[in-house]
Design a protein around this ligand. Structure first.
Ligand code: ADP
Ligand code: MG
Length: 693
């Protein structure tokens, strides 16, 4: 299916000369497994090697490039001493210093009496110019190839910049001239160069400005990537819209009953969201809708109320949660909300005994369960509904576009509502969920008490502990969150365990510990104890981030809060907003703390508005990193940066509308080029679903 013109770029990356077995794996980890991934591995900095004055005029500490004559080799007295090579450019003497280098290669690369062009960092030492381990040594006639602006690439241990430079060169040589997929007016108004020119320019920058997101080359590439994303989502959306669905009108009986028994009245925002969902349900098309609402905004009630309409017609519904704990929690709260009705609710988790499972399967098949709640185990083949009409996915940003697609394919005529508790900035919403309609619950129920957030140095821990003691004695429960330590999970765990031991000495047996390395069942057990109040202080790594509901817990201490992203801090703090009392959150910071880290903590202190925090997060960190994690399910752009390319997003959306209007099957010359674009950016799912008819 992939157009032939793309073959060279989709060849395995280790077909690039010079990678070989030894480096193949490293390179794949670094940029990806295809040649095109090397091309999309963009430089992040420059080394200026154009500084070439006579040595006698050179400045200490700069990267110097020039031609020298080798005069003498001085072998080290022992292996601990450096190998020295003396040379001169005619104006001053320079000594090249090497540690632990094969003498043979030095003899070969620096033959006495000959000239060589070298480049490296100059240091003035003991009254003499010195350069340790020159970055380059080439024949004098090749001076030009090294005296330039050298792009610096993100690297990994074992891969040098030089290697990447070479691979990049070869990857570029495989880059074909693509037919232009942009409309002439886009090219003009955005002052674009061609895709190929843009890639060549970025890999051969003349100055730092060429590397910035604002450069002509970066913007062209970013636009291409965004366009491919928006086009793909538009196709998926169109496809979904054409799919037949069922119209659920209901008779209001259950709906009214549950609504009347709620101990509160719905917020305006909840009512609006419900009305939007209901309008979709009334239509004989498939619903694919995102329900966005901050932690505690009351999505569960909305989800339940929207299910009732379907149940009233004798059709089944399902609610899928990301973890077992959450599934159970949903089960409990929904059971409570439905207690005045005869709605049958089932909970399907991995923990059930085979017999219990079989019972549930039987009831499901007989239509005796109206709402099935569970994890993704809901969608294994053994789970057969009598008549499933509506699926709610509480996704907590765990699923990507492709996963959602395959999910909605399972329930043929199913309406799908995806709920997310992460406020998503508008630009990301359009790129990650552009295939869906969306509703937003933008307000919290009235009367929620604001959480008080304080920022303190970690050396205040003793004060925090004595404060905690008083509170715990009064019956409060508290979380103590330990940070991720770099990338090593081991030390992460060690830090949390150490804190746990220390707090246990202070507080005794009421301290519990949960961390990511625990088995699900062990984790659940500790959480359960915390819920029941057998433990009142829960030490945790970020595993508690996902929506655990313990209303007695109103205190949260976050250690090294400066290491967390804004979205993560917001999610964490959300845990203590469900309480009977106003929450208090202590953000402990340590040194070093970056200016950005400080700002994050300030923002957390200042506001609880998740949507505002999300926009700030995007601004501070850029779109590629939003929400911190790779598995976040958000579109990970390689070339576009959502913190500065939102204007391109808006333009791409208009562009896509135009394409759908005039060339919706991609049949014109430009249309065919756009197909190449889709494959180039691996929008395969969209191409498959859409272009396969
Ligand atoms: P979310 O899933 O959006 O984080 P939940 O649906 O779990 O939030 O609701 C959080 C809490 O707020 C629940 O205890 C719920 O009963 C309560 N709640 C929901 N809607 C309202 C409302 N309109 N007024 C008061 N409390 C509400
Ligand atoms: Mg919820």
């Amino acid at each position: 299916m992939r157009p032939n013109i793309l073959y060279p770029l989709f060849a395995p990356i280790d077909t690039l000369k010079g990678i070989g077995l030894k480096y193949g794996k490293l390179i794949k980890n670094l940029c990806g497994d295809k040649v095109v991934d090397m091309l999309f591995h963009l430089p992040v900095n420059l080394i200026d090697r154009t500084y070439t004055p006579p040595l006698k005029n050179a400045v200490d500490g700069r990267i110097w490039t020039g031609i020298v004559t080798i005069t003498e080799h001085q072998k080290p007295a022992t292996r601990k001493h450096p190998y020295r090579i003396y040379c001169t450019d005619g104006t001053a003497e320079l000594v090249l210093v090497f540690f632990k280098v094969y003498e043979d290669s030095l003899a070969k690369n620096y033959p006495i009496g000959e000239k060589r062009a070298i480049s490296g960092k100059l240091e003035y030492f003991n009254g003499m110019w010195q350069m340790s381990h020159p970055d380059y040594v080439v024949l004098p006639e090749n001076l030009k190839t090294i005296a330039c602006q050298e792009p610096v690439y993100p690297l990994t241990a074992g891969i040098t910049n030089k290697m990447v430079l070479k691979l990049r060169e070869e990857a570029l040589s495989r880059l074909p001239d693509f037919p232009e997929w942009l409309a002439p007016n886009s090219l003009q108004t955005l002052e674009y160069i061609s895709f190929k020119q843009a890639l060549e320019k970025i890999h051969h920058p003349n100055n730092l400005a060429d590397l910035l997101p604002s450069s002509t080359a970066r913007r062209r590439l970013a636009y291409d990537e965004i366009l491919s994303n928006q086009l793909a989502l538009a196709f998926i959306r169109q496809k979904v819209k054409q799919q037949k669905g069922r119209a659920f009108k209901g008779n209001n009986s259950l709906y009214q009953k549950v609504l009347d028994s709620l101990p509160f009245s719905l917020t305006k925002a909840q009512e609006n969201a419900l009305a939007e969902i209901s309008a979709d349900q009334n239509e004989p098309y498939k619903m694919l809708r995102l329900l966005q609402g901050d932690v505690g905004s009351g999505k569960t009630v909305v989800a339940l109320l929207s299910m009732l309409k379907v149940i009233e017609e004798g059709v089944q519904t399902a609610l899928m949660a990301p973890t077992e704990i959450l599934a159970k929690q949903h089960y409990e709260s929904i059971t409570e909300l439905c207690k005045n009705t005869d709605i049958k609710i089932g909970l399907l988790t991995g923990k059930l005994r085979p017999k219990e499972k079989r019972e549930i399967y039987a009831k499901l098949a007989a239509g005796e369960i109206n709402i099935l709640i569970g994890t993704h185990a809901l969608f294994t083949d053994s789970v057969k509904f009598k008549d499933l009409g509506y699926v709610v996915i509480d996704e907590q940003h765990r699923f990507g576009v492709n996963q959602r697609l395959s999910l909605s394919a399972k329930g043929e005529m199913c309406d799908v509502l995806v709920m997310t508790a992460t406020p998503i900035p508008r630009s990301l919403l359009l790129t990650a969920y552009g295939d869906m309609d969306y509703s937003k619950i933008g307000e919290l129920p009235a009367g929620r008490k604001p959480t008080q957030t304080v920022v303190m140095n970690v050396n205040k821990i003793p004060d925090v502990i004595s404060g905690l003691k008083r509170k715990l004695e009064q019956g409060t429960r508290a979380y103590w969150v330990c940070p991720l330590v770099e990338e090593s999970e081991k030390s992460d765990l060690a830090a949390a365990t150490e804190r746990y031991e220390m707090l246990k000495k202070e507080f005794g047996d009421v301290v519990g510990l949960v961390h990511g390395k625990m088995k699900e069942a062990e984790k659940d057990a500790v959480m359960e104890e915390f819920k029941l109040g057998k433990k009142t202080l829960l030490v945790a790594t970020t595993v508690i981030e996902v929506g655990v509901n313990v209303p007695e817990a109103t205190i949260m201490v976050i250690e090294h809060a400066e290491r967390f992203g804004l979205a993560q801090l917001h999610q964490l703090r959300g845990r203590i907003k469900r309480g009977y009392d106003a929450g208090s959150c202590v953000l402990l910071y340590g040194y070093p703390i970056s200016a950005e880290g400080r700002e994050r903590l300030e923002i957390m202190k200042r506001t609880e508005d998740g949507f505002y925090i999300a926009e700030k997060d995007l601004e501070l960190r850029g779109g590629g990193e939003i929400l911190g994690t790779r598995q976040s399910g958000f579109t990970q752009f390689k070339l576009a940066d959502m913190s500065c390319h939102t204007d391109l997003l808006i333009k791409a959306r208009d562009d896509v509308q135009e394409i759908l209007k005039t060339d919706s099957k991609l049949e014109t010359e430009r249309g065919k080029a756009l197909k190449i674009l889709l494959y180039l950016f691996e929008q395969n799912e969209a191409v498959k679903t859409y272009l396969a008819g």
